[in-house]
Write a protein that binds this ligand. Structure first.
Ligand code: BTN
Length: 131
């Protein structure tokens, strides 16, 4: 299966965005990419370890899209362990071994744009995805 550069399959030797890759950001959180389909749909899990936030240290489902070197992914912060009543969406790009993103975090009950938290996360490869 020939895939576009940047999407790739698990057998590729480079470190681009692809299935079964793990990416850790500067806050210590990890994005595990389980699959990127031929159409670019991304699935995986996210473990938040960022200081100052809730819902740490347990896996949350991730869904997203990959288009060439462009990527978006989203986490609903709800699992069997803890719910934070919030959603984060990251938008970014893969370039020179990094996924550089801007994110926004919205909580259920938000009523004004100023209540949307935002920031930047930069992810680097941290090994193969865990089950
Ligand atoms: C919450 O506190 O409402 C849920 C956890 C949010 C964690 C945020 S998402 C953006 C930033 N990057 C991370 O890896 N963690 C924080």
């Amino acid at each position: 299966l020939a895939l576009l550069p940047g999407i790739g399959g698990a057998a590729e030797a480079d470190d681009s965005v692809r299935s079964l890759s793990a990416w850790t950001n500067q806050r210590g959180s990890t994005l595990y990419i389980d699959n990127v389909s031929a159409s670019g749909q991304l699935t995986g899990t996210y473990i938040n370890r960022a200081a100052g936030f809730g819902c740490q240290n347990t896996p949350y489902p991730v869904t997203g899209w990959v288009l060439g070197n462009a990527i978006t992914f989203t986490v609903l912060w709800r699992n069997a362990v803890q719910s934070c009543n919030s959603i984060t969406a990251w938008t970014g790009f893969y370039y020179q071994g990094r996924i550089t993103t801007l994110w926004q975090l919205v909580s259920n009950g938000t009523t004004s744009p100023g209540q949307i938290q935002q920031g930047q996360d930069v992810f680097t490869r941290s090994g193969k995805a865990e089950a």
